[in-house]
Design a protein around this ligand. Sequence first.
Ligand SMILES: C[S@@+](CC[C@H](N)C(=O)[O-])C[C@H]1O[C@@H](n2cnc3c(N)ncnc32)[C@H](O)[C@@H]1O
Length: 301
Amino acid sequence: MRYKMHKERLVIGNDPLGFGVFEKTKLSPNQSFFRNDERCIWLYHANCLELMDLLIEKFPDGKFDMIFADPPYFLSNGGITCHAGRMVKVDKGDWDRSRGPEFNHEFNSEWLRRCQKLLKPNGTIWVSGTHHVIHSVGYAMQQIGYKILNDITWEKPNPPPNLACRYFTHSTETIIWSAKTDKSKHVFNYKLMKSINGGKQMKSVWRILPPKGEEKTFGKHPTQKPIELLIRCIQASTNEGDLILDPFSGSGTTGIAALHTKRRYVGIDISKDFLQVSKKRINEVIDNLSAGSPRRLKAGH
Ligand SMILES: C[S@@+](CC[C@H](N)C(=O)[O-])C[C@H]1O[C@@H](n2cnc3c(N)ncnc32)[C@H](O)[C@@H]1O
């Protein structure tokens, strides 16, 4: 079993969620990287498989109202794309390299299984991805017993041109929204979604711009999601005060959307560099909120 865990010791502290301090394992540091108990935001430096196992031990009946996961896309394999008018290699980092379809599917199944255990009975999960990963994710969800609720098409209005001129221009990503099981009574804030869609039922195609320059002031993450997209997912499927997990939190976009919408957030990432970017982004939002001048960000803008 490739994902066999090597746990050493677990020490529980006294923070409000009782998450505590986790001892490192051979595969993962499991360290708190940033916390703000007042704003209910906690970041962990960890391999999410390992830390989720520790959380499952502590919360066997589930803990989270919602999970957003933007896993590795497994597309950094030497292809080319166009960035700022220049031809560049598609290389997002080692964490994004494919190890073959079987391994990729096993990895997806492993983290999705853990997410399902950590969801509360009525909780839901959103998983984003391109074709490189999303079909495996959808298949694994069916194997594991999630109930698929929607597949959202995120349409990017201004995609980079296709340099090979042998394919259509890639201009969408898919986000699968699923409930923990077919017995779940999931939250859907129907009226709110309708109202931000000008009084019409919200469709499953969302036209949203990629992250703006101002969202990248503290450093770039190669697959950063727009805050607006995350605010929409959160507002659709949770209520104020709900607890959200992102096991691949990257530059912390989900946490920032949680702050803006008054939800609580736990983020996990394996990369300290990306956690540093998150911390700076999150601190800026907290400073603005504390000064009483939150940047105006709302769903539907
Ligand atoms: C697609 S990116 C997420 C981007 C994020 N949604 C954002 O808006 O910035 C995937 C992230 O997962 C992290 N990652 C990859 N494997 C991981 C693992 N096993 N445990 C935790 N994080 C992991 C990478 O460091 C990367 O930041």
